[in-house]
Design a protein around this ligand. Sequence first.
Ligand SMILES: [Zn+2]
Length: 190
Amino acid sequence: MSIFDIDAYIDALPSHRLREPTNPPAQYQVSRWPLLKPYAGFSGIERRRGGQLAGWLQAAGCIAKPSRCDICRSRDRVGYHSASYYHVGRYPALCRPCHFAAHRRFYEWDQWKRIIDAAAVTGREWFALASRHRIDIAQHLRNLWGWQAANIERSPISPLPDAIVVMLPDNMLPHPKLSLADDGQPFAGF
Ligand SMILES: [Zn+2]
């Protein structure tokens, strides 16, 4: 059995330079949609929180709106994809079909393989390194960082610049494992 190298995969993710906010929204967007199912070990709550922060960073002007798909270079309906919901600003940009194929790759590997084989040059691109089977990226990161890995507004893994942190709203969907820390109490862990 081959062992998937999660750290190499994360290292290969794009790293966006985060600019100072020019137009910071006062609140994170609140969605009425049901939470998504877990992905790569990240819970529905963590995926919602990651989406709130990514959406805020875009609206605030900290990261540019994605224009081209990282894989096929299409400009059609390009959006950010979260490969690790604990890594702020490490968002690949994907067009709708490539995004769909990325999430479906566990069931439809051949379809995904066609897409990446047509696009990979070095084979070290993040998408060429994406796992064929489900892996628990979240647990791997918590083994390294504890539950603070989930504290994306004060991330120990990919820290936000202070100029951004001071502007962040206070209405992010609460994380059940981080509620103690929010009260100013020492984080107890679970
Ligand atoms: Zn694409």
